[in-house]
Design a binder for this molecule. Sequence first.
Ligand SMILES: Nc1ncnc2c1ncn2[C@@H]1O[C@H](COP(=O)(O)OP(=O)(O)O)[C@@H](O)[C@H]1O
Ligand SMILES: [Mg+2]
Length: 235
Amino acid sequence: MSDGPPAPGGGPVLEARGLIRVFQSGGEELRILDGLDLAVERGRSQAIVGASGIGKSTLLYALGGLDRPTGGQVLFEGRSVYDRGEDELAAWRNRSVGFVFQFHHLLGDFTALENVALPARLAGLGPAEAEGRARPLLERVGLGGRLDHRPGLLSGGEQQRVALARALVMEPQVLLADEPTGNLDIKSAAGVSALILELVAERGLAAVIVTHSERLAGLVDAALELAAGRLGPGA
Ligand SMILES: Nc1ncnc2c1ncn2[C@@H]1O[C@H](COP(=O)(O)OP(=O)(O)O)[C@@H](O)[C@H]1O
Ligand SMILES: [Mg+2]
């Protein structure tokens, strides 16, 4: 198993400190995150569980630089994520964060290989170099025989494997997964869960995985429950 470089200072790769997110809804204030703290080390999978509508996706978007919190901080390798300008923030997301969602969000007109290569193309790599990165990743997720398939010709589990490969093509340090097996049958879900955890270990990722799956929550290093805007020990 690879044992890549430690995070500078050996501290957590990704950290939330006193995170607050308030939404305004019909004149009402929804305080979805309320002083939330979290620290994720490299090679660790942090599962988050919690009731529907409690704020799990809101937390992941804030952690991944997609949604500026109302208060508190998100730190990557000790540096505040939201202190970056918009361009720098976008570049950081592209390079350092991989997202996997419940619905794969693959582009239907693109092949599996093109979908996985896309973040590398957006980062400015040429097609040969981008596909040179994408191909071994698709082989690693068990889809070496499906490179030229469009998403519509793949099963749900295969689509999520492509989405996982796409999330990792820029070799991010952070993986954020929002109910990645929520739309899969039990057998496909088990395969995708196992694969995510293998890749986290192999690549020394700092992973945050929102899941309804007791199986996935039980396999990861620790499950925390989001309730009343903060994280506590899982049930
Ligand atoms: N942009 C927004 N504006 C207003 N309310 C929002 C917004 N985004 C999310 N919410 C609300 O915040 C709550 C948490 O949403 P979400 O993070 O999606 O929950 P979960 O992922 O745990 O199901 C929900 O009540 C949702 O309606
Ligand atoms: Mg959600």
